[in-house]
Design a protein around this ligand. Structure first.
Ligand code: ADP
Length: 417
């Protein structure tokens, strides 16, 4: 059976041969005329005009590699490309052109990358086996109405696509109906949705616990403990703790959302880091004394300036030193180093000699509400948002947080500007 590509190739070869024959005859006639005594300035322009006319009539054929010859571009059989394909090839989302039998006529480069090379002429089901997709495509082929469906692939990596199929209006009645199957990658959107709903669930959960406890105490004080002044006094103390915990959480949540709003604006003040660290140490002295920890500063004598927002940098250093005091309490000392070596990035390192952090937790520490131990964090008045805030601030400052920790030896949190 002769394929369309072979017919096209045969047609082109025949037309090129005819063209050479005509050129040869024209030249022969010109030479004869010249030999017969015609003047050259009469023969040459006529010959030139006729040659140009023949060359200009050469057929222009846009070809696409035939399926069976794809691996070998040299031998590629030309197939007429559906006119719409040249436009679609510029799209960066994967698209396939199907015919009325759901055979793949063409795929763009993006589809080739996302789905692999599809044998042209194969049925769509050879690559996409999901019955939902095939039903959707068949329905559109039958009715002409567009359809869409969500489809996820696990391999090679987990991706979620919104697949849409629509009929392309044919240019004229003679051409067959074509259908465009497009793949919109919505994986990132789904991930953000999941993050957002996890975040709301976590935040509500964190608020629900102290709220339930407050309510319980209020009910007890209205009922059984109505006339027990000693119990009331104790309950009021716990209620104060719970409401302080809630306001800390709300403050951290507000802080995070403020940071998110301005995450794309890089700060532009020049801030000396030495007074920032000194100020934080002074502010944390009461906590450090309460925990029996000594905060030791190792600062250079000269100014160490970075482009930043002073209040935000205070928040970063405060979070890191506070964590080192709380979680590294048993190490007794917390050392803070400010380094400004020539041709090295400026660094602030906070080092404790606490129990350290198991390696599997380290990459997740900056996630919202992530704690190595929830009970430990709660007992230390943690919200689980401190390092998430640190990461947001550092992203805005184009700086990085590097965490090194060794079990039994302690942890080192370094900010590299
Ligand atoms: P939290 O409010 O719970 O302190 P953070 O985001 O500041 O929240 O810290 C997240 C978790 O990282 C903490 O709950 C704790 O388990 C762990 N962590 C942070 N800093 C240290 C440290 N210096 N040593 C050991 N664990 C730490």
């Amino acid at each position: 059976m002769t394929s369309g590509a072979e017919q096209a190739r045969g047609g082109i070869v025949a037309s090129v041969k005819r063209e050479w024959l005509v050129l040869f005859l024209l030249t022969l006639v010109a030479l004869l005329a010249f030999a017969a005594g015609a003047v050259w300035y009469a023969v040459l322009p006529c010959w030139l005009v006729l040659v140009l006319a023949v060359v200009a009539r050469r057929p222009v054929v846009i070809v696409t590699p035939a399926p069976e010859d794809r691996e070998d571009e040299e031998d590629a059989s030309p197939d007429p490309l559906p006119p719409i394909a040249s436009t679609l090839s510029a799209l960066d989302i994967p698209v396939l052109l199907l015919n009325e039998e759901a055979l793949v006529l063409w795929e763009n480069k993006a589809a080739e990358k996302a789905l692999g090379l599809l044998p042209i002429g194969s049925h769509l089901s050879a690559r996409l086996r999901s019955p939902g997709i095939l039903d959707m495509v068949n329905e559109t082929i039958a009715t002409g109405e567009p359809n869409q469906i969500e489809y996820s692939e696990r391999l090679p990596s987990e991706r979620v696509y919104l697949l849409r199929v629509a009929r392309i209006e044919p240019a004229d009645v003679a051409t067959e109906d074509l259908f465009l199957l497009s793949f919109k990658d919505i994986s990132e959107l789904r991930r953000l949705d999941r993050m957002r709903s996890d975040f709301v669930a976590n935040a509500s959960h964190e608020l629900r616990t102290p709220l339930a406890s407050l309510r319980g105490f209020i009910e007890t004080m209205q009922g059984p403990a109505r006339s027990d002044d000693a119990a009331k006094e104790r309950f009021l103390g716990i209620m104060l703790d719970q409401s302080t915990r809630m306001s800390r959480l709300v403050d951290d949540l507000l802080s995070l959302s403020r940071l998110e709003l301005k995450s794309h604006i890089a700060p532009d003040q020049s801030v000396d880091l030495r007074p920032v660290i000194g100020h934080v140490r002074d502010a944390l002295l009461p906590l450090a004394e309460e925990l029996g920890v000594e905060i030791r500063l190792h600062l250079p004598d000269e100014k160490v300036e970075v482009l930043g927002d002073r209040d935000e940098l205070v928040e970063v250093v405060e979070n890191l030193i506070e964590n080192a005091c709380k979680y590294g309490q048993e190490g007794k000392f917390v050392d803070v180093y400010l380094r400004n070596e020539p041709s090295q990035p400026i660094e602030v390192s906070v080092l404790d000699r606490g129990p350290g952090i198991p390696a599997e937790h380290v990459p997740r520490l900056t996630e919202r509400f992530y704690r190595v131990s929830v009970a430990d964090s709660r007992s230390k008045k943690g919200t689980g948002l401190g390092l998430a805030i640190v990461k947001h601030i550092l992203t805005r400052h184009r700086a990085r947080l590097i965490v090194k920790s060794e079990l039994g030896k302690g942890s080192e949190f370094t900010v590299r500007f």
